[in-house]
Ligand binder design. Structure first.
Ligand code: E4P
Length: 218
């Protein structure tokens, strides 16, 4: 499973890209609202930091406006993927952009039928949200599983991009069920990195190395 980071924070993207683990980036208007600067400049800089798909979301509401905004965003950089919301207008705009070879990430997908529609319209990525299901007391992992299973027999090349990830367990479950990609907030990347036994083991190895070196000098 490929790992994307879910943020518009350039410093966080640069740090995690430096680990050599990132295959792409997703943003959304709420994430952009948390950072300073011109949105197009941010997208450009993100594309320079990560050589992979970078989702930039449209805020237009009609298919014509979505297509216009999507074409403008796609022109910023070859890595840009246009993010469109799941809706009739979003599907129509996706099919138009797909004929222009502009990749679309259909976001806010919560059910398998929605994902199948997104795929059939020509979306390159479909983004099921896990955490927002958990937020309303439902099982987000099981909802993602429905979508991954339904998409397995798809005749289209749409990749399932597990989104709204809240914990490392969400990431593991997405990988186990065969999601193509997980987009992960920086906080969860740091949680994935850590384990107390790793810290304890590293400390012991360092201490034993120093003890041996001290003995050799004596
Ligand atoms: C996906 O691309 C979205 O940006 C994101 O995963 C939404 O997550 P949230 O539910 O934590 O806002």
């Amino acid at each position: 499973m490929k790992l994307f980071v879910d943020t518009a924070d350039l410093a966080e993207i640069e740090t995690i890209a430096g680990w050599g683990v990132l295959a792409g980036v997703t943003t959304n208007p709420s994430l952009l609202a948390k950072v300073e600067g011109d949105a197009d400049d941010i997208y450009r800089r993100v594309c320079e930091l990560v050589d992979g798909p970078v989702s930039a979301e449209v805020v237009a509401e009609t298919r014509a406006d979505m297509v216009e905004e999507g074409r403008r965003l796609a022109a910023i950089h070859d890595n840009i993927v246009v993010k469109l919301p799941m809706s009739a207008e979003g599907l129509a705009a996706t099919s138009i952009l797909a004929t222009d070879d502009i990749r679309v990430n259909m976001t806010l997908c919560f059910t398998a039928p929605q994902a199948l529609l997104a795929s059939a319209s020509g979306a390159a990525f479909v983004s099921p949200f896990i955490g927002r299901f958990d937020d309303i007391g439902q099982n987000g992992v099981e909802c993602l599983r429905d979508i991954v299973e339904a998409m397995e027999t798809s005749i289209y090349d749409t990749e399932v991009l597990a989104a709204s990830i809240r914990t490392p367990v969400h990431v593991t479950e997405a990988a186990r069920m065969g999601a193509d990609i997980a987009t992960i907030p920086p906080k969860v990347f740091y949680q994935m990195l850590q384990h107390p036994l790793t810290d304890a083991g590293t400390a012991t190895f360092t201490q034993d190395f120093e003890t041996r070196r001290a003995k050799a000098k004596a």
